[in-house]
Ligand binder design. Structure first.
Ligand SMILES: N[C@@H](CCC(=O)N[C@@H](CS)C(=O)NCC(=O)O)C(=O)O
Length: 224
């Protein structure tokens, strides 16, 4: 039976999970919730159902796989990887790297989503983000110079988070990886994985929106 992934009708935190399921060939269906545009930003499509799904800690993204009802994006990713015996850390070293990078990547995403959602001091936030960006990227650059994927030679679930967030960042700041050739190559290698490339060429993939309509950028639908 197909698993269900519930999320807003946008990339956000749902897309890395979707990418993983595409890569692993998991039978899944999406349950999209509508997020309305300005001025109301009506999100009642989700909030009116949030507490009726029998989910312990209701949120989106959520995954329903038979009796398993799960929230928290990393918990969902780890569950799928463990269950399907792919993309899951095996050695101590892989576990340690994944644990650390989970937090690092989550915070990395938070810095840019904060910037995009800042409707009041947007320009200052953007300037600050771009000032800090090279410092952050220098870390990834030297880390990725040591191995093909984030945790070593094996592609693991955290690469789906990082690959997705880099891809979104490039949509907002085209060329932002030009001074970071190792990270740029990493992303190209990720996006060239056969199943990822074929998904991104399919109608199942929507390049936009990447965030909700509340965002200053990336919240609108645009042609693929
Ligand atoms: N820690 C959670 C955060 C989930 C989250 O922030 N969900 C946002 C969208 S990205 C949301 O709109 N949640 C709806 C809600 O709070 O009910 C995760 O990583 O999955």
């Amino acid at each position: 039976m197909a698993v269900t992934l519930g999320y807003w009708e946008l990339r956000g935190k749902g897309e890395p999970i979707k990418l993983m399921m595409e890569y692993m060939g998991i039978d899944y269906k999406m349950k999209f919730y509508h997020f309305g545009g300005a001025p109301d930003f009506d999100s009642s499509d989700w909030y009116s159902k949030k507490f009726q799904l029998g989910i312990d800690f209701p949120n989106v993204p959520y995954l329903i796989d038979g009796d398993v009802k799960l929230t928290e994006s990393y918990a969902i990713m780890r569950y799928l990887a463990r269950k399907h015996k792919q993309l899951y850390p095996e050695t101590d070293e892989e576990h340690i790297k994944c644990d650390q990078l989970q937090g690092v990547i989550y915070d990395f995403r938070a810095t840019y989503t904060r910037t995009f959602y800042d409707r009041v001091t947007h320009e200052q936030s953007k300037t600050k983000f771009l000032e800090d960006f090279p410092v952050k990227m220098a870390n990834y650059e030297s880390w990725l110079a040591k191995s093909k994927w984030l945790a070593g030679d094996r592609l693991l679930y955290i690469d789906f988070m990082f690959g997705e967030y880099l891809s979104c960042l490039l949509l907002v700041f085209p060329g932002c990886l030009d001074n970071f050739p190792v990270t740029k190559k990493y992303l190209e290698t990720f996006e060239a994985l056969e199943r990822i490339a074929s998904y991104k060429n399919s109608e199942r993939f929507q390049k936009f929106p990447i965030l909700t309509p509340r965002a200053m950028f990336g919240g609108e639908k645009q042609p693929n």
